[in-house]
Design a protein around this ligand. Sequence first.
Ligand SMILES: *Cc1c(COP(=O)(O)O)cnc(C)c1O
Length: 413
Amino acid sequence: MYWEKLSHDEITSQIDAALGNNMSYKTKKILGVPASYLDEEQFYDDAPFLEDSPFLKTLIANPNHIGCHTLNEDSEPFFKGTQKIEVELVKLCAEEILGGEQDAQDGYVAPGGTEANIQALWIYRNYFIKEHNANIDEIAVVYSEDSHYSMPKGANILNVSSIVLKVDDSTRMILESDLKHRITQARDEGVKYFILVMNMSTTMFGSVDDIVRVTDYFENNNLNYKAHIDGAFGGFIYPFTNDKSSYTFQNERISSFTLDGHKMLQTPYGTGIFIIRKGFMEFALTEEASYVQGKDYTICGSRSGANAISIWMILKTHGSDGLKVKMRNLSDKSKALCKKFDKIGVEYYHNPHINIITIRGKYISPQLAKKYSLVPDVHSKTPNWYKIVVMDHVKQGVLDNFIIDLKSSLTTD
Ligand SMILES: *Cc1c(COP(=O)(O)O)cnc(C)c1O
């Protein structure tokens, strides 16, 4: 994994050049599109701070990145300058962060991890229908009970069934017995095609599914499956903290990934990323999108080019080395906190490559949870777990105070 860090000036001049290759609503005769620059009353483009702010400049110029630009060169010509930055961004994520071969992946910047996950389910559902003549009730989505709710949401929208696998209460790993039992049962009921979603960090625990073991089961039983990786949380930390990750495109069992800039990269909301091996995006083609040059392959349709710019800018601001340092600092800080929990006998779950620590509920009083804004696993009844996410704003002093308060609450109870 390697890419250069760029200075603010270098970033600004590259974005300026990209905007220069877009058609400007200000200078070109653009009569046919139902769009313009942002309303000038509020978003005037001669504000002095814009000169130095490539993201805001792009936001106001308002380029539309509708469609999938890694697929065809002939997509919407109006905004080809900033769309090229998006292509470069997808390439960087696919090849440098996720170890893909050169020009072997497609992808786009989605509104978030939810859409990217549903995009994957949509593509594989259509793939099984088109390539294997599958019936809708012969397809199921398989994921652990710790998976994000975008999986049941997607299965519901796409009208396919879900197989939700139980995990071990302490290790948070999928139970082999439940995997065997549930898949055998599904096969008996006529399910022949499996869309497997593996977590490169779950939202609540930071657990990373045991992908080798789970996919071994599908391989050894000659099951017809496609594997998607939900890296909405972990995608911008795990590859930087674990050199030996099996979550890369070098793993042939993996077909696609979801990443989210707006979690660990601290980019604005609207910066999910969907990346898939070439040859699959076509299963999401909407032929009827005839007014869009280059057609549409995404769920969302119109989307702001400024979002892609923001992710590209953050990746280039830090460079791969900078992000490695930043992400390793967060996982190290989490490990140090775990050591303090060990000392005072507080039980927790922590994956050493991730910055989430999930503490057993019995150690946390409601007052303490409120004071430090800890997030529970359930809001409706007594929580079993509370999590701490060691983000950039979580300073050591606050963690130290938390430990002091936790210690005293445990001795007074
Ligand atoms: C946050 C998250 C999502 C959903 O992402 P949004 O950007 O909120 O749509 C999906 N999966 C995991 C593991 C997440 O942490």
